[in-house]
Design a protein around this ligand. Structure first.
Ligand code: PRP
Ligand code: URA
Length: 212
């Protein structure tokens, strides 16, 4: 595996992942666990953000502090399930700009089909963070990076929750320079393109659109 893929295996993340994956976990619990794990993923994915020194004054006197340099980040949710990671990333970076790329995987071909896209301006001047809990075949992630590049993004990172080894291989082959931060790389993809053991359909579990 390339050094561009980081698996966040902190004990708290592994604990929360086990709870989140459980078939009996409710949508409410799933969203909360995804939010908590998302804080760890964001912490890792953004650890190289540039800072600039600024004058600062505490009640004790003048000093110097550091603030994030440059334009605000662009957080781009790959709909629908990406919205589950948007909340924790906005917790970390409340002033980020937000975009959406609507991609729906065709159940037959497993290819993503785009149905909407709205992203912040000046992506070329922003760190662009793509968010999607699932990297299965990687078709959606690869198309999302392509869309972001066409929209001008230059510094792109991808944050996901669970990946299949097949998806990691396809993604890193397509975009070897795009860092991926993930909580777990699972065993394999099944014949329907679902990650095993995975967690089922992330969108359905976040939004409660299907009962397990
Ligand atoms: C899921 C998931 C990814 C995609 C992963 O979305 O959120 O976007 O599948 O599969 P891939 O790596 O094989 O492309 P889905 O298309 O089911 O849409 P949803 O988020 O609206 O449920
Ligand atoms: N999309 C999901 O939501 N889950 C999978 O396992 C694969 C694709």
């Amino acid at each position: 595996m390339t050094d561009k893929v980081t698996v966040v295996d902190h004990p708290l993340v592994q604990h929360k992942m086990t709870l989140l994956r459980q078939v009996g976990t409710t949508s409410r619990e799933f969203r909360q666990l995804l939010r908590e794990i998302g804080w760890f993923l964001g912490y890792e994915a953004l650890k190289d953000l540039k800072l600039e020194e600024v004058p600062s004054e505490t009640p004790m006197g003048k000093t110097k502090g550091k603030l994030l340099a440059g334009k605000k980040l662009a957080l781009i949710s790959i709909l629908r399930a990406g919205d589950g990671l948007l909340a924790p990333l906005l917790d970390l970076v409340p002033s980020a700009r937000v975009g959406q790329i609507g991609l729906m995987r065709n159940e037959e071909t497993l290819m993503p089909e785009k149905y909407m896209m709205k992203v912040p301006r000046d992506l070329d001047k922003r760190v662009t963070v793509l968010l999607d809990p699932m990297l299965a075949t990687a078709g959606s992630a690869i198309q999302a990076v392509q869309e972001a590049l066409e929209a001008g993004a230059k510094d792109i990172r991808f944050i996901c929750l669970v990946a299949a080894p097949e998806g990691i291989a396809a993604f890193t082959q397509a975009y070897p320079d795009v860092p991926v931060t993930v909580a777990a790389i699972d065993d394999h993809l099944n014949e329907r393109g679902y990650i095993v053991p995975g967690l089922g359909d992330a969108g359905d579990r976040i939004f409660g659109t299907k009962r397990y």
